[in-house]
Design a protein around this ligand. Structure first.
Ligand code: NAP
Length: 302
């Protein structure tokens, strides 16, 4: 069997078109557009490229976008004052502080300083709590897990009653996606198991999974014999395993591999995400969705 590919690049385009149309409607009716600010401290190349892409995407969907770049030596107090300024700015509905921050700044303090109603990354403890409660309480699900759930739902994979196994228990992927899949409601209602480095027999659990979500950061960790035939395999891992010269640009680019042995797994699974081009493109897309949601909450519209 050859699995159906779940392409994040295609789903991204659908969602961004939906967001663009909704932004235009809201602008016409209410005279306002979602406002997103990204705060970047320093010049870490990976962070620069993430922020640039976020701002470019925000522009594409019709948001007001501000890229606020700050020097590496900004003090913690200055950064907190900047966040306070955007918390009070009515034209800003989403505040994103690009992580990681330099060592002299306490990341927790910074995340906690963001108004939970503008925390479109969903990392503030209030939003983590809201996610845990589920249902109407949820405001901003964290972007990568929200993207994973969206991919599963849009691919028509049944989640209700499904055995979901999540490999990894990080705060940004493993724990939130496990929590989201076990909630009572559409796109969830699953029976969830989370495995990690202390799990006695990871293969045993993976083999039972109707939906296997892998976020370990270990290239090729999941072997083909761990995959249940016909199951849905979501590979969140993005691992740099070398470099190559791009045919398009002639420049050196990273060779990326997922956490799943893709070539073998695609012959067994029913659905599978590729790396790159799978979960990756969904994260920024869901950031746009959360920012639009933030404005809609403020306007009191669905
Ligand atoms: P993380 O914070 O390093 O967490 C990795 C988790 O996987 C930990 O819970 C760890 O267990 C578990 N793990 C590691 N090796 C394992 C093994 N051999 N067997 C079982 N469990 C193992 O990583 P993360 O931030 O969640 O990211 C995971 C992967 O997803 C990375 O490749 C990252 O680049 C990728 N990622 C992609 C996106 C995107 O596409 N947009 C977003 C976020 C992350 P312990 O807790 O026991 O240590």
């Amino acid at each position: 069997m050859t699995a159906k590919l779940i392409k994040g690049t295609e789903i991204r385009e659908q969602i961004l078109e939906e967001i663009t149309a909704e932004v235009a409607q809201i602008k016409e009716k209410h005279g306002v557009v979602p406002g997103l600010v990204t705060i970047l401290v320093g010049e870490n190349p990976a962070s620069v490229s993430y922020v640039t892409l976020k701002i470019k995407t925000a522009h594409r969907v019709g948001f007001k976008e501000i890229q606020d770049n700050q020097p590496e030596d900004i003090s913690e107090d200055q950064l907190l004052a900047l966040i306070d300024k955007y918390n009070k700015d009515d034209s800003i509905h989403g505040i994103l502080v690009q992580l990681p921050l330099p060592k002299h700044i306490d990341e927790k303090k910074v995340i906690n300083a963001i108004d939970p109603d503008k925390d479109v990354d969903g990392f503030h403890p209030v939003n983590v709590g809201r996610l845990m409660i589920g249902g109407d309480e949820v405001k901003f699900p964290p972007c990568t897990p929200a993207g994973i759930q969206e991919m599963i739902v849009r691919s028509g994979v049944e989640t209700s009653g499904a055995e979901v196994v999540v490999v990894g228990r990080s705060n940004i992927v493993g724990k939130p996606i496990a929590n989201m899949m076990l909630q009572k409601g559409p796109g969830a209602n699953s029976t969830v198991t989370v495995v990690h480095t202390r799990t006695r027999d990871i293969a045993y659990h993976c083999k039972r999974a109707d939906i296997l979500i892998v976020a370990a950061g270990v290239p090729g960790l999941v072997k083909p014999e761990w995959i249940k035939p016909g199951s849905c395999v979501i590979d969140v891992g993005v691992n740099r395993v070398g470099e190559k010269i791009s045919e398009k640009t002639g420049k050196k680019v990273a060779i990326l591999r997922g956490d799943v042995d893709f070539e073998a797994a695609k012959e067994i699974a029913g659905y599978i995400t590729p790396v790159p081009g799978g979960v990756g493109p969904m994260t920024i897309t869901m950031l746009m969705k959360n920012t639009l949601k933030s404005l809609k909450f403020k306007l009191g519209i669905d």
